[in-house]
Design a protein around this ligand. Sequence first.
Ligand SMILES: [Zn+2]
Length: 262
Amino acid sequence: MAPEPRGFAGRAPRAAGILGFTQASSFRPTAGLSGNQPLAVTDLTKKSLALDFRLPGWGTNLRIALFSTRSAGNVSAYCSALLSKARQVCAEHGMQIISLDFTDEALKDTDDPATTDEQIENVLNRAKSAAQNRTKLGDLLVIFCPSTTADTVNPQQEAGRTIRGVGGVPRLPFILINTLTSNPDQLTLIHEMGHAAGLNHEPLFVKRTMGTGALAYLTSRGVRIENNFMSDENRTSRRDMFAFQVGVLGTAFFGSPGNIEG
Ligand SMILES: [Zn+2]
């Protein structure tokens, strides 16, 4: 999805401290290097970009709570399809999704679509109070709702959005799944979970944090970055997850050690 004004836009890519990002040091000697010189692809970079990384031991549980608005209608089949794909991608890397599914009982007073800021706030507040009653704190809230393209101020055409604070007020991110459109690869849920954990789109993030050399390295290994689950350019065949992305998801606020049942 494209960066959204209230969601991910403007957020600088995080670079430090995650599975060996190779950050350009500001004290790095630059003699003889032009500004466009790719950074050297170190062993650490290669490890960060491995596609077969699995969290050790029991892995991590990612906890989500699923809700739907009255305006969404029956979302059971769509919800199952998105969950199934998300579980499939996560399982390969030692992560399980623990989901609490409340979508069979629509949130109260949510007959409108969730398109305008006001409507979105209403939906979130309804989900929050439902969550307080029925789930533990720390679950990532995922709300199935229609977000129409008809709104002239804030038309929504994306299959999913990760929304953070409004007006500069920080809060935990939550996810809206738009029931009016979907992506062919059904990767929307895990893609948005990646955003909620702090990941940005690829190849932008790798390029900015590891340099163009890292992209060339991937190409030389036959890895097509558009197949990455955080790609915004491909919506038909995403499936790959880099080691550093597993690290970010595994330490997300909605994650907990895998030996503790969600
Ligand atoms: Zn996105």
